[in-house]
Design a protein around this ligand. Structure first.
Ligand code: ADP
Ligand code: MG
Length: 395
């Protein structure tokens, strides 16, 4: 069911509480990557253009003790946001109390305010992360309506998303709307043929995703480190490749369940160590004890390119090899190219490292949607209900 969006709310003169994802990397008080701040702007702009007062909540890192607060203030984020919006942004260095309440009371229509890191409320009893009902109620009392635009935390029920949402009229912002449309929509109702590509480091991280997609996808192409657990389960030698011995039975079960749907690599780029300058060997069969598989080989790139032809929906999670080292990035690049050449397909890549790989390798514009949610993207691909999405009203 479609969720209410920010455009369904009457915002004029309203105090609009917005859960954004400002969890950006900060080093020595300097923001090293402001992508998440930039990504939040369309929703903030819409609210202020409609005459709403935007009151922004976000977490930043993990805070367990008083000492953890150092370097975790949202003050530099509020300053960067002000530069990006080209107008003043009020920052309140508190998560509750008189200063915050007065600052909100003084806002004019179209103003923007940033509340201090919501996880500062975790020091005394994890009130934010355990969704303390009193905290959610208190934050909700500061506004008239709630907009959730933080997909990255949608898989968690925290006071700043689910807590506020259970006390106010709700809607999703533009970022959340896109994630729900692409990942949620595809998992529920894909256009076929639907091809899933799964890779990354370990089978154990992706069991839920594989199990969900085995039922839904028409084909599953497997690459990355998880290949070797499947191949070991088939009785192959995998040398020093990453292999989860305690998951061999599970891998056998999955292979049996998936039958012809599941397609494994036919060749592997191997090396004696995890080094960009290591000598490489391409092998089609057993991997000897002194080598490890670090990427899919050229025949596999060809095979996967063929298997992708005609696909109407492609979902990809998990790089095909150790893409961080150029020597072992060719498989991931090859699959990016195959996807870039597909006509009329909805193509989605999700997962922290997968999204980073697509962007770093220069394919950011070649996908219909890059989901940057990390853990939230994975749980959504597992077919799980995300509390941050569930707590928003349906249209
Ligand atoms: P995501 O974050 O997108 O869910 P993962 O965390 O599961 O993806 O996997 C990403 C990691 O998997 C990358 O750091 C990459 O180097 C690693 N990886 C891919 N292929 C291999 C391989 N053959 N051997 C070891 N590591 C691999
Ligand atoms: Mg990862």
């Amino acid at each position: 069911m479609a969720k209410k969006t920010v455009e369904d709310l009457d915002l004029k003169g309203k105090k609009v509480l917005v859960r954004v994802d400002f969890n950006v990397p900060i080093k020595d008080d300097v923001i090293t990557n402001d992508n998440r701040i930039v990504a939040a702007i369309p929703t903030i702009d819409y609210i202020t253009a409609e005459g709403g007062k935007a009151i922004l909540f976000s977490h930043l890192g993990r805070v367990k003790t008083e000492e953890d607060k150092a370097g975790k203030s949202l003050k530099p984020v509020a300053e960067r946001l002000s530069e990006l919006l080209g107008k003043p942004v009020t920052f309140v260095p508190e998560t509750r109390g008189k200063e915050l309440e007065e600052a909100i009371a003084n806002m004019k229509d179209g103003d923007v305010l940033v509340v201090e890191n919501t996880r500062f409320e975790d020091i005394d009893g994890k009130k934010e992360s355990k969704n303390d009902p009193e905290l959610g109620k208190y934050w909700a009392s500061l506004g008239d309506v709630f907009v959730n635009d933080a997909f990255g935390t949608a898989h968690r029920a925290h006071a700043s998303n689910v807590g506020i949402a259970s006390n106010l009229p709700t809607a999703v912002g533009y970022l959340m709307e896109k994630e729900i449309k692409f990942i949620g929509g595809v998992v529920e109702n894909p256009q076929r043929p639907f091809v899933a590509i799964l890779g990354g480091a370990k089978v154990s991280d992706k069991i839920g995703v594989i199990e969900n997609l085995i039922d839904k996808a028409d084909k599953i192409l497997i690459g990355g480190g998880m290949t070797y657990t499947f191949q070991a389960a088939q009785g192959r030698k995998v040398g020093m490749s990453i292999c989860e011995k305690d998951k061999l039975d599970l891998a056998r079960e999955l292979l049996e369940k998936a039958g012809d749907k599941l397609i494994l690599p036919v060749d592997t780029v191997c090396a004696p160590d995890f080094d960009n300058d290591a000598p490489t060997t391409i092998l089609t069969g057993d991997i000897p004890d002194d080598l490890e598989g670090l990427d899919i080989g050229p025949e596999t790139i060809k095979l996967f390119t063929e298997e992708l032809q005609g696909a109407k929906t492609v979902i990809w999670n998990g790089p095909m090899g150790v893409f961080e080292l150029p020597t072992f990035a060719k498989g991931t690049i090859g699959v990016c190219e195959a996807i870039a050449n597909l006509k009329d397909a909805t193509t989605i890549i999700g997962g922290g490292d997968s999204a980073a790989a697509a962007i770093q390798l220069g394919f950011a514009d070649e996908f219909t949607h890059i989901s940057t949610g990390g853990g939230a993207s994975l749980e959504y691909l597992e077919g799980k209900v995300l509390p941050g999405v569930e707590s928003i009203s349906d249209k």
